[in-house]
Design a protein around this ligand. Structure first.
Ligand code: ADP
Ligand code: GN1
Ligand code: MG
Length: 362
């Protein structure tokens, strides 16, 4: 296994205190995240260190340009509202030569202030937490409505263009690089039978029915930090994918992850159900916070955002399984296949309830 000298890497940043340890942290699928501890005057100070996924983000300078702008913008808004920016938004720690990231010759790193006394959840244990995450993401959408989109690079073009995701999926099936196709024939057919779903949002955007905005694009529950004391959603994190998108994607991705009765990677799909009550809880929280930013047409399409994001994510997991698990971090055999199957089960249950979902959003 590759060895990294974390003391040296952390030493490149403007941290206070003496380095004591660096341990793997969190459950993200993309970057390698660590909790760093230093000691200053007998007290522990914590930071987040991330090795940026350079394969996925080849242009780290552009990625970090976006993150610097978005974090600065959030900081200004939090300060204007009398909040505490060190807890309510991500704060980059700059390097000793004033940059927002560093390179050790091969890998790229960034550091953030560690948001203390707050937690990210992998599943919804208490519906109130889910409500608070909805309020946080709704507020974030409002905040971004005031952000000048032209300043940002589109870091992962066509990120939620489901039609393009579908073409990539077909290509992976065709190539069958790892000879896994025969094993997942049923899942492949399931995706193909529902290919009409792909156009639900991209066609509406192309027709000008719903606007392209600056959105977060990865609004799962573990990308919002909830205050341990008050339970309020205090900070939206994981800003790698802030770029043009639709409110319906952001709403939909939260529903995909949070309204699952089981984990995203539960191997036993009999445990996986779409929890309609949680959908209503999130909808209420989101609409209460997003306020006037949302158009009537977007509101009508929110439930389809949930179906679509779940279908798309399942298709991405299956594509990655066919390509040999090269995109999402996996921890066991068939991990991506398990993930794909949970998503497909959720889509089936959502489609069975789509009328109720649509009625609730009216
Ligand atoms: P990925 O892109 O791989 O999902 P994230 O940026 O979401 O990486 O970070 C992974 C996890 O690390 C988060 O889910 C959260 O638990 C934790 N985390 C990230 N940033 C912070 C922070 N500033 N303070 C505390 N925890 C954090
Ligand atoms: C990835 O980075 P993370 O773990 O929050 C992925 C999302 C997927 C999600 C599925 C940049 O999110 O698009 O929906 O996994 N992020 C990227 O859990 O591809
Ligand atoms: Mg994340």
């Amino acid at each position: 296994m590759k060895k990294y000298d974390y003391r040296e890497i952390v030493g490149k940043f403007q941290v206070s205190g003496i380095f004591t340890e660096c341990v793997r942290y969190g459950e993200g699928h993309i970057n390698d995240t660590y909790k760093v501890t230093t000691e200053e005057k007998g007290k522990e100070v914590h930071y987040i260190l991330q090795r940026i996924n350079n394969r996925l983000f080849p242009d780290v300078a552009k990625l970090m340009h976006n993150i610097e702008l978005v974090t600065e913008f959030c900081r200004g808004s939090v300060l204007a509202q009398g909040g505490d920016p060190m807890r309510e938004c991500l704060t980059l720690i700059h390097t000793k030569d004033g940059k927002s990231y560093c390179c050790d010759g091969k890998d790229y790193y960034r550091m953030y202030v560690f948001i203390e006394r707050a937690t990210t959840y992998q599943t919804v244990c208490d519906p109130r937490d889910f409500y608070e995450s909805a309020v946080a993401f709704g507020n974030f959408a409002n905040l971004l409505a005031g952000f000048d989109a032209s300043q940002l690079y589109e870091i992962l073009p066509d990120f939620h263009n489901t039609k393009i995701r579908y073409e990539n999926f077909l290509r992976a099936v065709e190539k069958d690089e790892c000879s896994r196709k025969a094993e997942v024939r049923k899942e492949i057919d399931w995706v193909i039978e529902r290919k009409n779903l792909c156009g639900i949002l991209v066609d509406r955007i192309a027709a000008g029915e719903i606007p392209l905005r600056v959105t977060h694009n990865d609004t799962k529950l573990n990308n919002v930090m909830l205050d341990d004391e008050t339970g309020k959603g205090i900070a939206v994190i994981d800003l790698d994918t802030v770029m043009p998108g639709s409110l319906c994607y952001d709403f939909g991705d939260s529903i995909r992850f949070g309204c699952n009765s089981a984990a995203e990677d539960e191997p036993d799909t009999s445990k996986v159900h779409f929890v309609f009550d949680l959908y209503k809880t999130y909808l209420d929280g989101y609409l209460s916070a997003v306020g006037k930013s949302i158009t009537e047409r977007e509101k009508e399409l929110l439930p389809w955002g949930a179906v679509l994001m779940t279908y798309e994510c399942g298709m991405r997991f299956l594509t990655d399984y066919l390509e040999g698990d090269v995109y999402f971090r996996t921890h066991r055999e068939r991990h991506n296949l398990d993930r794909a199957r949970t998503q497909f089960k959720l889509v089936n249950e959502m489609l069975a309830m789509i009328d109720q979902m649509l009625a609730a959003a009216k």
